[in-house]
Structures are given as structure tokens and as C-alpha cells.
Design a protein around this ligand. Structure first.
Ligand code: MSP
Length: 512
């Protein structure tokens, strides 16, 4: 069994912000979960460096688009690495192998008869690199996403016959109702299709920063077609000397933000069909991280206005700063605990600090500390070799399966909620049993053994399942429990025997 997961590739027009890290960490959590299942995983992320967004940003900064990519792509890569993302390949659309493969695949689309010459005119947002349909134009002829004026553009282009894929797309959505999740997003895509698909411009003649159209070298491919194809091209050269396309295409899961659903839910499967390739098995569309608007931060009632975090709105959070302050694991935890994956939600420095203190330090960190220190104090550092307390069994019964089912559907927040309930249950168990009282009474020695053993075992199971969310933290704690195995098979309460020696553990989440 293989598992191929992708993130969008990010524009290099500015430095990475927390919104970009968000999608890549989500993919990382899912990738790590599938590795725990023993599957072969391929996880792709990267940067989108061609087209108008890059050309315009480079102009503003007085450098070439290539210099812009060379400056910013490594910052994206580093941000993702610092956030603990263990991707298998970081693609840049300026990779010559990608460029060659794009030309090859689109040549095939052309030969298959899905391309024709035409004239394009319409309202265009250079930041989205997208022509807007009437329904997509905001007040004052502006972009509803970037709030900048749209530009009227006319040019002779090559067109992709998207309209010919109306029926095949309808069939795709009908036969596979989970092609796009959550369901509201599938409905959005279906409504767009039902509105009637128009052919789309496949090439640009006004800019030269892109992949040259092989049958017409006066044009470059429109950046979105070049960018979308990254998901396939990467497989052909990510591992030197190997072509992984047959092993991993179609992708199992493609994560995207809700701003790019038209491209991924409609253009992308149509383009793949036109090239004779299979559509991905599924897309998961998540919401936006919101933060206070830079200007007019308060509405008439004095409430703060929240907006999508984005460079153009000037309300971004720098991932490097947050990681410096709280650590990558705390950031990962916070993002998926605070904002329900699939929905929009606000993030803030104050919110970080609160969750860090109340949940990571006081609930999880403290549970780990108490458990280990009581085993040290009362049992000389060895987990009692006795049966686990059946009273906790119902709490853990079926937990690994439930978490697995949720993560198979990319329900990252719901799965974390399930785990956190168990962390809280274990804290209550400590209070109920009061081991410090049992330790004063020799007749209660067996009860103390059972209590400590069960705490260690419950903590182990919860931690194995938390591993994808907070990998280094989980590894440290499992090592301290003397139980390094973090595969899903052992995530059952009572699956491991007692008797192992514990070791010292520094506070997992020290007070700030
Ligand atoms: N380059 C295109 C995608 C091409 S994919 C073939 C693009 N890039 S982007 O940098 O503007 O944003 C890409 C993705 O970053 C979004 O789809 C989303 O996954 C993530 N996010 C950017 N800002 C975000 C938030 N404020 N909140 C959550 N995710 C955000 O579009």
C-alpha cells in the first residue's frame, strides 16, 4: 500500500507565513500517520515560481523573477523543515526536469485535440493569475481575494477545451461523492460545473517567464497549468534514477486551501483526463487562518475584523518567530486544535500562549511528569509488571481504529480531540486514585502498582497516537517510558507489558 499526499505549491512573491506552513504541516501529520501504518508514503510540497505573480513581485523588488525564486524558495523550504515537515521532495517549478515534463504532457494534450488558438479578453487579477468570471468580481471591479483592481486583458492565446469535460467532470463527481471533501466544497465545485464550463486560456504571450509552449515558442504556458502539473512531474525525477509515477499516481490525497478549489476541483481533473492520466483519488479543502485586519481593525461596534491571513492584507504571522518562541510541536498542536481543519478560524499570539499553558504544559506535560516522577519515587524507576486497570479499558477501546478512520478522512482536528479526551481522562484517573495516598499505605501496594502501570500504559498509547502531531515530543516521552515503538500496531491499551525501566525527562513544555 502506498500513500501519496501533496500540498499546493506556494507563490514565492513574499516570505512564507503561517498559512503556508498550515497546509504543509497538515500533510505532514497525515503522511506520518500513514507511515505509522507501515505504508510507503510520498509527501510532496514546494514552490510555484513562474507567471505574473512572480514577475510583478520581482519588478517591485528590482530583481529578476529567477532571483526572486532563488531568494524565497529556500525560505519556504526552511520554514517547512523548521515546522517538522518530513517531505520527500520539495519541488520548484523552475526545476528543468519539471519544465521539460510540463512541455511533454501539454504537448500530449495538444496532440489529443484539446487545444485550439483563440482570443482572450476579460478581467484579470495578476495576484491570483486568474481571469475572473462575472460572479467572481467584487465591488468596484476588484479581486474579492486580494482587494486590488482587476485589469482588462486581451490577447491571442492557446485555449484548453475545458467545455468538452463538462460531462466527464459531472460523472466524476457523481460516481465519487467524496472526490472533494468536505461536502460543502464538493457542492461548490459542482455548482460551478453546473453553471456551464467555458474554455480557458492555456498560454500567455505577454510574459516570457514560464514554460515555453513547444508548438508555439512565442508563448509560455499559463502559470496555473504549469503549476498544477507539479503533482505529476515531481514523481518522474524526485528520486534520482527512478520514476515513481506508476507507484504513486493517482495521488491519494491532495490538500488545498478553499481559495484554489476551482483550479483543483475542475481544471485539474479535466487536464489530467485530457492528458490521458487518472484524476487524484481525493481532494481535501481546508479553511483559512484568520487574523485581525491590518487597517480598520475594529468595526462600528468596536469588534475586531478578522481576515484571511495574507501578505497583501498585511496581517501575517511569521512562522519562524512562533517556532522560536513556542517550538515546532507546540505550533503544530495549536494550529489543529485551535482551528477546526476544514473551517476558517482565528489564530493569535495570545491564543498560542493560552493553549500552550493550559493544554500542553498543564495537561499533557504535567501528566507525563507526574507519571514518570511517581514511578521514579515509588517504584524505583521501573513500571510495575502487573495487569492494567480494567477501569480505563473502555476509554481506550477502539481508540486507534477511530483515530485511523478520522485521519483517513483528513479529519485532523476531530482525531486530535479524541486523543485529548484521553489525556484528560488520565489526569482525572490520577486524581481519582491519588497515588500519593496509596503510597502511604502498605496494604495498597498492589493498587499503587496497577495505578502506575495503567498511567504509564495509557500515556504510552495516547503518545503513540499523538506522534504524527508532535513527533519529537512523542519520541522523547516514549523513550523516557522505555517503549520506543511508535507503530500503530502497538497503540492498544495493554498491548505492551510492564517491567521496563523509565528514564529522566526534562519538562516537555517548560513554562514560558
Ligand atoms: N501557487 C498557488 C497554488 C498552486 S498549486 C498547483 C497558490 N499559492 S499561494 O501561496 O497563494 O497559496 C497556496 C496555499 O497556501 C493555499 O491554498 C492554502 O493552502 C495556503 N494558505 C495561504 N494562506 C492561507 C491562510 N491564511 N490560511 C490557510 N491556508 C493558507 O495559490
Amino acid at each position: 500500500m502506498g500513500f501519496y499526499v501533496t500540498t499546493p505549491i506556494y507563490y514565492v512573491n513574499a516570505a512564507p507565513h503561517l498559512g503556508h506552513v498550515y497546509t504543509t504541516v497538515a500533510a505532514d501529520i497525515l503522511a506520518r500517520h500513514h507511515k505509522q501504518r507501515g505504508e510507503e508514503v510520498f509527501f510532496l510540497t514546494g514552490t510555484d515560481e513562474h507567471g505574473e505573480p512572480a514577475v510583478q513581485a520581482a519588478e517591485r523588488q528590482g530583481i529578476t523573477p529567477r532571483e526572486l525564486g532563488d531568494r524565497n524558495a529556500p525560505r519556504f523550504k526552511e520554514a517547512m523543515e523548521e515546522a517538522g515537515a518530513e517531505f520527500d521532495f520539495f519541488i520548484r517549478t523552475t526545476d528543468p526536469e519539471h519544465e521539460a515534463k510540463v512541455a511533454e504532457i501539454l504537448q500530449r494534450v495538444y496532440e489529443n485535440g484539446h487545444v485550439y488558438a483563440g482570443k482572450y479578453e476579460g478581467w484579470y487579477c495578476p495576484r491570483c493569475a486568474d481571469f475572473k468570471t462575472d460572479a467572481e468580481i467584487a465591488e468596484g471591479n476588484t479581486c474579492p481575494i486580494h482587494h486590488i483592481p482587476l485589469e482588462w486583458q486581451e490577447e491571442d492565446n492557446w485555449f484548453f477545451r475545458l467545455s468538452a469535460f463538462q460531462e466527464p467532470l459531472e460523472t466524476l463527481y457523481e460516481e465519487n461523492p467524496d472526490f472533494v471533501r468536505p461536502r460543502v466544497r464538493a457542492n461548490e465545485a459542482k455548482a460551478f460545473i453546473a453553471g456551464g464550463l467555458q474554455d480557458v486560456s492555456l498560454s500567455r504571450s505577454k510574459i516570457s517567464w514560464g514554460v515555453t509552449v513547444p508548438w508555439d515558442p512565442s508563448q509560455v504556458f499559463y502559470v496555473w497549468f504549469d503549476a498544477l502539473l507539479n503533482y505529476v512531474t515531481a514523481l518522474s525525477y524526485a528520486r534520482p534514477g527512478e520514476d515513481l509515477t506508476d507507484d504513486f499516481w493517482p495521488a491519494n490525497l491532495q490538500l488545498i486551501g478553499k481559495d484554489i478549489i476551482k483550479f483543483h476541483g475542475i481544471y485539474w481533473p479535466a487536464l489530467l483526463m485530457a492528458a490521458g492520466l487518472e484524476p487524484p483519488q481525493g481532494l481535501f479543502v481546508h479553511g483559512f487562518l484568520l487574523s485581525p485586519a491590518a487597517e480598520d481593525s475594529e468595526d462600528a461596534e468596536g469588534a475586531t475584523t478578522l481576515e484571511k491571513m495574507s501578505k497583501s492584507r498585511g496581517n501575517v504571522i511569521d512562522p519562524f518567530e512562533v517556532i522560536d518562541q513556542f517550538g515546532a510541536d507546540a505550533l503544530r498542536f495549536y494550529l489543529f486544535r485551535e482551528v477546526s481543519f476544514g473551517q476558517d478560524g482565528p489564530v493569535s499570539a495570545a491564543g498560542f500562549a493560552t493553549r500552550y499553558e493550559t493544554e500542553l504544559a498543564n495537561e499533557y506535560g504535567n501528566l507525563a511528569n507526574r507519571t514518570l516522577s511517581m514511578i521514579g519515587r515509588y517504584r524505583d524507576g521501573t513500571i510495575p509488571d502487573t495487569d492494567v486497570d480494567p477501569v480505563l479499558a473502555p476509554d481506550f477501546e477502539g481508540l486507534a481504529e477511530r483515530v485511523g478512520e478520522l485521519l483517513a478522512k483528513a479529519e485532523i482536528t476531530t482525531a486530535l480531540d479524541e486523543l485529548w479526551q484521553r489525556v484528560r481522562r488520565l489526569n482525572r484517573y490520577v486524581e481519582e486514585r491519588a497515588p500519593w495516598q496509596l503510597a502511604r499505605d502498605d496494604d495498597k501496594s498492589e493498587e499503587l502498582d496497577t495505578t502506575l502501570r495503567s498511567l504509564a500504559e495509557g500515556l504510552r498509547v495516547a503518545t503513540v497516537l499523538l506522534h504524527p502531531y508532535m513527533p519529537p515530543t512523542a519520541q522523547k516521552l516514549l523513550a523516557a517510558l522505555g517503549q520506543r515503538d511508535d507503530t500503530l500496531d502497538c497503540a492498544t491499551y495493554g498491548a505492551r507489558a510492564g517491567g521496563s525501566a523509565i528514564s529522566k525527562l526534562d519538562p516537555l513544555f517548560p513554562k514560558l
